[in-house]
Design a binder for this molecule. Structure first.
Ligand code: IDC
Length: 616
């Protein structure tokens, strides 16, 4: 009998030890967070617990074999005539074939053109007649075109109920390592807030796709972003359907990607940063495309990081291709409860229609069933200007909590010219509303939005000369916000509103302006053009025209049409257009209206039409 009791005891002990080992890995990150809680207030950087299942950080998933061969020509040459009123150019007008294979030795080629029907949000006109300048209950842009002359000042007129803070809520305390991290966050009114209800604004950077550039997700890189640049936010952009995407690449890659996320989350805990896990839909347009995968993924993430307050969940990067808000909402209503089951308070960010630009539409019909929900607003400063800022203001006035989880200071292709003036206006607006933001992208890809020089192969410990113009702008912006280390001595600012070529994604580029629009076409009293952006392409120029249709007559004009004969001497083709349809035949541009802007009152105008031409 004694013998039996003794054997049972041994058996029991064995089971307990076994179970203990089993759960150890699972609770490591929670432990890290708890340990940090106990030691908070110090700036030391504790060692990561040795037992955490850290995957090889240096091993980018299968990235060695294919040195970027001849980059495929732009993956999205097909215009997308269907979607209106938001123009939907699907090309990346400024995206050149990757010119420098040497700079991305380890990268794999870009996804094939066919797989990316709609990678780039459209360049949009700088003023959009179809957007109401003032918030209106209807989100449909059917209003008569109304010129929206000047950009709004950065201070919003006080919204009805929810006050918009007019200054950076936490700029002073942000400066130190201990601060800038506020523990678990929640959403109050239009803001993120800490437990005491103090508004919190997060600022930082987004990775490029984890499948392309996993190597920048490492502790040292994130420590630098935090300690030297002042970032308290890091976004992990995990494409679902593009190259090495989560839903299109098989089980091994899924594990790779989750490992990279885990490295990021651990480093974020270590560095007192917040981190966004971004389900980066793009060519898959509608988040419902991979909804079941998304549910599984977010269940796993929320369970794993249930007690890690650093983690925010972004459930669909940029719905596009005409995906409606109601369709996004349906998706959100299935994903949110999955996350909530494990992480009941976690902040969840929902993408909005038209590449996360139509926050005004979301504001008209927000998700009311759950707390701590925010809405993504994305912009690319050289493309998206007052019209999208109006959407931002409209949404904030209606009390919608926004999060700019992605923005660029170049155009919507991620390439092209930098528009610093527009970028600064955007940042002023965000800061004046206390809206958190993350800049696209931390990589050395040869594109303007990449923060690192394409010739730089470092993945940590970057210096000034390793940064591209976009990277330098970012560090400068953070410094000007009172963040970032004084040790960063930045080169003189580029010429204000400088336009980079985008061919190298780096600094030192020369300004590119299309020499003379008058050589190409001429205005009349019925139509005028202005160049809102231009850039060099391999064979010539890309030029973005803002078009104004005028009616010099005394009677209202119905279903207007304009024909403009191009001057000889240049080979011109239409790359994109919006808010009108445009054809080019025998050297004549023929411009037809859309339904909503087909009438021009006597002496009036139609604005907001944009055309991108390629010129050789
Ligand atoms: C771009 C990358 C580019 C990549 C492409 C894939 O910068 O290197 O080839 O995606 O389609 C977004 C998207 C983001 C885009 C970025 C620039 O969220 O994935 O990245 N952009 O086009 N929305 C607006 C712009």
């Amino acid at each position: 009998m004694k013998k039996i009791v003794a054997m049972l005891a041994v058996l029991l002990l064995g089971i307990i030890i076994g179970a203990g080992i089993g759960v150890t890995a699972g609770i490591q990150i929670e432990k890290m967070w708890q340990e940090k809680q106990e030691t908070s207030g110090t700036t030391e950087t504790p060692e990561l617990p040795e037992t955490t299942p850290t995957p090889e950080p240096t091993e980018p998933p299968e990235l060695t074999q294919a040195p970027e061969p001849t980059e495929l020509p732009d993956p999205t040459p097909t215009p997308e005539p269907t979607e209106l009123p938001e123009p939907t150019p699907t090309t990346e007008p400024t995206k050149l074939p990757e010119p420098t294979p040497t700079t991305e030795p380890t990268k794999l080629p870009e996804p094939t053109p066919t797989s990316e029907p709609t990678p780039t949000p459209e360049p949009t006109p700088t003023s959009e007649p179809t957007e109401p300048p003032e918030p209106t209950p209807t989100s449909e842009p059917t209003e008569p075109p109304e010129p929206t002359p000047t950009p709004k000042p950065t201070k919003l007129p006080d919204p009805t109920e929810t006050p918009v803070p007019t200054q950076k809520p936490v700029s002073e305390t942000d400066k130190t390592m201990e601060s800038g991290f506020y523990g678990p966050l929640h959403v109050e009114g239009t803001h993120l807030a800490d437990a005491a209800g103090t508004p919190v604004q997060l600022r930082g950077i987004s990775t490029h796709g984890l499948g392309w550039f996993p190597e920048y997700v490492n502790g040292a890189m994130m420590a630098q972003a935090r300690q030297e640049w002042g970032c308290n936010l890091f976004r992990l952009a995990m494409y679902t359907a593009e190259y090495n995407g989560y839903c299109t690449s098989g089980t091994g890659q899924k594990e790779n990607l989750k490992n990279i996320i885990d490295i990021g989350v651990q480093a974020a805990v270590e560095q007192n940063m917040y981190i966004i896990i971004d389900w980066h839909i793009l060519s898959d347009s509608n988040p419902n495309t991979y909804k079941e995968e998304a549910k599984k993924f977010f269940a796993e993430m929320a369970q794993k990081y249930a007690d890690v307050p650093n983690v925010l969940y972004e459930i669909c990067n940029e719905p596009n291709g005409g995906t409606s808000w109601s369709s996004i909402k349906q998706y959100a209503m299935e994903i949110i409860p999955v996350i909530r089951e494990y992480a009941p308070e976690a902040v969840i960010i929902v993408g909005t229609p038209t590449w996360s630009q139509d926050v005004d539409i979301a504001a008209a019909d927000p998700i009311t069933e759950y707390d701590n929900i925010m809405y993504a607003l994305h912009f690319y400063a050289a493309t998206h200007k007052e019209n999208i800022q109006e959407k931002c203001k409209t949404a904030v006035r209606k009390g919608l909590p926004l999060f700019v989880t992605e923005y660029g200071i170049c155009d919507a292709s991620g390439n092209g010219g930098i528009d610093e003036a527009s970028a600064n206006r955007w940042i002023d607006l965000l800061d004046s509303c206390g809206i958190s933001h993350a800049m696209w992208n931390l990589s050395n890809k040869a594109e303007t939005s990449a923060m690192i020089q394409s010739g730089c192969s470092k993945t940590e410990n970057l210096s000034e000369s390793d940064l591209s113009s976009a990277g330098l702008w970012f560090v400068r912006m953070m410094k000007e916000a009172g963040l970032g280390s004084e040790e960063w001595v930045l080169p003189e600012q580029d010429a204000a509103g400088s336009t980079d070529t985008g061919t190298s994604g780096s600094s030192g580029q020369t300004e590119v302006k299309f020499p003379a629009m008058e050589e190409l076409l001429e205005a009349s009293d019925a139509i005028s053009f202005s160049v809102s952006n231009s850039w060099r392409t391999e064979q010539g120029y890309g030029i973005q025209l803002d078009v104004v249709i005028k009616n010099p007559g005394n009677t209202e004009e119905h279903s207007w049409v304009r024909e403009v004969t191009l001057k000889e001497g240049r080979e011109v083709s239409i790359s994109q257009c919006w808010c009108a349809s445009v054809t080019l035949e025998n050297g004549v541009l023929v411009i037809h209206p859309e339904d909503y802007n087909k009438n021009v009152p006597a002496g009036g105008e139609v604005r907001g039409i944009g055309i991108i031409l390629e010129i050789k």
